[in-house]
Design a protein around this ligand. Structure first.
Ligand code: G4P
Length: 529
């Protein structure tokens, strides 16, 4: 039985995990589900991990994983809260979708490997959070094994990301042995016992004040002195935790733990539920939309085409922004002005699709679509408001798309136009729209495989790719003569997107950085302006 709209909004926590492959996202997800009581799902997350390294062949991946490439949100209950964990695909399925998903999250957990700190994909995903000022938690994982010095890890985040940190928990270490965490806010100690079952059940925890006899007895003296020393150092560094600064995306509370052994997960989850914001107001073109408003609004942040030619349906993932959503409800599709009925909304739970009757702000629903919806579209039960679109993020892989049969150029252009509108990949032209072979750009290489497959099966165009050596791009604004001059340099190329906006492609991060730094008269953007 559901509660009132405002109760349901208050109960919701919609977040995503941002991390580099192998930091432990799958393990953490599995454990969150374990703690959330949704144990039956944990297995399927694991199966997915097993499939992960198996192959880079996309079709095979899709077959092996069933719909897991599409699985987009895990919903579970924990301590009275309804949690939506949005899937941010990594590894081979890292794509622009991974970025777009962050546009639908209200907070993010940045998961770091305790030996590696901030890594490439963490940085990229963090930038998207920064764009929206999304509050970010930092969870340093794998503390069950020796890692980099804790202060060094914190320094890494502050320096690499320009994000202030507030260590909310502090690890209690006896040499390399991870005993537990100290919560600096409620000044409590949590000690964990290593289980026999490799973390497949909840971990035994002992909790108390640092002055309690049972706590003191359980920690070797040298570990206590180390902890006291560290805490003093942190106190000296000053800075109280500011919830306001956290919610503004300016400071990240830092936690320590081990997803594998479950150490530190419960104290983290409790603080997470306390601090993570419930769905808040969202800016539309004409006004702010409050989640408690009774009429339903939402926006499409991701479209997943079904690759099975027997099932041509596509699923549009919609984040509910306000009001109660009801199955079968009629809403207005703002871009076309047409009414559409949201007939069989689906919620995605790992491998299972479940039909749902209702959804609330913060929830994600999957809508079957025949090609009417696009990424960024607004759906609204009444009123003409429109949420700001989802930005196009600058690609990192580029290829010319070549067709064997020149008579198919028209189909190719139509296919590319539609697929790029849908967000499958971005299309660029070196000269004019009808000039030489178009260039496709993607955030993840998997997007190319999907693109070729869909061109062949949906548009009857067999194409191949000639990969280009560019690794980055920036939209650029300024006098066209200046842009052309700059693009003539070594390791750079000028292209135009489908809206005729100029971009410069770069052959290395270094070329890109030095060019951006040097060309003060031009403005560069890493998302489409
Ligand atoms: P990902 O989804 O972020 O890519 O990471 P995943 O959870 O798959 O974890 C990557 C590897 O790190 C796995 O080891 C996993 O067991 C390990 N791992 C995750 N969390 C922890 C932790 O808290 N402590 C330690 N020590 N290891 C952790 P693997 O050998 O690649 O896979 P598997 O054979 O264990 O499945």
């Amino acid at each position: 039985m559901s509660g009132t709209l405002s109760e349901e909004v208050r109960r919701r926590r919609t977040f995503a995990i941002i991390s580099h492959p192998d930091a432990g996202k799958t393990t953490l997800t599995e454990k969150l589900l374990l703690y959330g009581g949704a144990i039956h799902l944990a297995g399927s997350v694991k199966a997915r991990r097993a499939a992960r390294h198996a192959t880079s062949d996309w079709m095979q991946m899709e077959q092996e994983r069933g719909i897991s490439v599409t699985s987009s949100v895990l919903q579970f209950e924990y301590l009275g809260k309804s949690i939506n964990l949005l899937d941010t695909p990594g590894h081979q399925d890292f794509s622009e979708d991974t970025y777009r998903t962050l546009m639908a999250a209200d907070s993010a957990v940045m998961l770091l490997d305790n030996r590696k700190g901030v890594e490439e994909q963490t940085r990229k995903l963090f930038e998207v959070c920064r764009l929206r000022k999304t509050p970010v938690f930092t969870f340093v994982n794998k503390c069950d094994r020796p890692g980099a010095p804790v202060l060094q890890l914190i320094d890494d985040v502050e320096r690499e990301l320009g994000m202030k940190c507030y260590p909310m928990m502090w690890p209690i270490l006896d040499g390399d042995r991870f005993l537990g965490v100290y919560d600096r806010v409620d000044e409590r100690v949590y000690l964990f016992e290593r289980g026999e079952d490799h973390g497949s059940s909840r971990v035994e925890t002992h909790e108390g004040a640092l002055t309690d006899d049972h706590i003191l007895a359980a920690i070797p003296e040298r570990a206590i002195s180390q902890l006291l020393e560290d805490l003093e150092l942190l106190e000296m560094a000053g800075a109280e935790f500011s919830e306001e600064a956290f919610l503004a995306g300016e400071v990240s509370p830092v936690f320590f733990g081990s997803a594998l052994t479950n150490f530190g997960l419960e104290p983290f989850l409790r603080r997470f539920l306390q601090l993570a914001p419930a769905p808040g107001p969202r800016q539309a073109d004409t006004r702010m939309v409050e989640p408690e408003e009774t009429s339903f609004t939402g926006f499409v942040f991701k479209i997943q085409a079904n690759m099975d030619p027997k099932h041509r349906d596509r699923i549009a993932f919609v984040r509910v922004c306000s009001g109660r959503f009801e199955a079968g409800m009629q809403v207005k599709h703002i871009r076309s002005g047409k009414p559409i009925r949201l007939a069989s909304p689906t919620q995605f739970m790992a491998r299972e699709r479940t039909l749902i009757e209702e959804a609330w702000p913060g929830d994600v629903i999957g809508i079957h679509d025949r090609g009417n919806l696009r990424i960024g579209d607004t759906l609204s039960a009444d009123g003409d408001l429109e949420f700001g679109g989802i930005p196009r993020f600058s690609p990192e892989h580029f290829a010319r798309i070549v067709i064997g049969d020149p008579m198919k150029r028209k189909q190719l252009d139509t296919g590319l136009q539609q697929l790029s509108e849908e967000g499958a990949a971005q299309v660029f032209y070196a000269e004019s729209l009808t000039g030489p072979a178009p260039i496709v750009g993607a955030v993840g290489k998997l997007q190319f495989d999907v693109l070729l497959h869909r061109l062949e099966h949906e548009y009857n165009v067999r194409a191949r790719l000639e990969h280009m050596s560019y690794t980055g791009a920036r939209w650029v604004d300024g006098p066209i003569r200046e842009i052309e001059r700059l693009a003539h340099g070594h390791g750079r190329m000028l292209v135009y997107d489908a809206k005729q906006k100029p971009l410069v492609l770069f052959d290395s991060e270094w070329t890109m950085r030095t060019t951006v730094d040097r060309e003060k008269d031009l403005v560069f953007y890493d998302v489409a302006p």
